[in-house]
Design a protein around this ligand. Structure first.
Ligand SMILES: [Zn+2]
Length: 99
C-alpha cells in the first residue's frame, strides 16, 4: 500500500459550503486520487480530482505542482522526505487554485 501525498489545494468558489471551503487532493504512487470535499466522500469522484487527473495526463504522468518562489531549496528538500512535511510545505507555498 502506497502513501497518499497532497498534490493540490483548492479553494471553493461556492459560498454555500460550510467551513472555509478548502479542499485537498492527494495522490499515491499509482496516481490514485482522493479529495477532502463533500462530493468526493459521497461519489468517490469530484471536479477537483478530475482537474488533477486531466493535468497529470496533459503533463505526461506527473502533476505539475506549482510552488511559490519564496520556498527555499532547503525547505523543498525537507518536504521531499515525508508526506506530512510535504503537506505542510504545499499548504505554505503551493499555489491554491480557486475552483
Ligand atoms: Zn473534491
Amino acid at each position: 500500500m502506497s502513501e497518499y501525498k497532497l498534490i493540490q489545494v483548492f479553494l471553493s468558489q461556492s459560498s454555500t459550503n460550510p467551513g472555509p471551503g478548502i479542499f485537498e487532493v492527494s495522490g499515491d504512487d499509482e496516481q490514485n486520487l482522493r479529495c477532502t470535499c463533500p462530493g468526493f466522500s459521497i461519489k468517490g469522484t469530484c471536479k477537483h480530482t478530475k482537474y488533477v487527473a486531466l493535468a497529470i495526463v496533459e503533463n505526461e504522468g506527473v502533476y505539475p505542482i506549482e510552488v511559490s518562489t519564496k520556498a527555499s531549496l532547503a525547505e523543498t528538500e525537507l518536504a521531499r522526505q515525508d508526506p506530512e512535511k510535504f503537506r505542510e510545505f504545499l499548504l505554505k507555498y503551493g499555489k491554491i487554485k480557486v475552483f
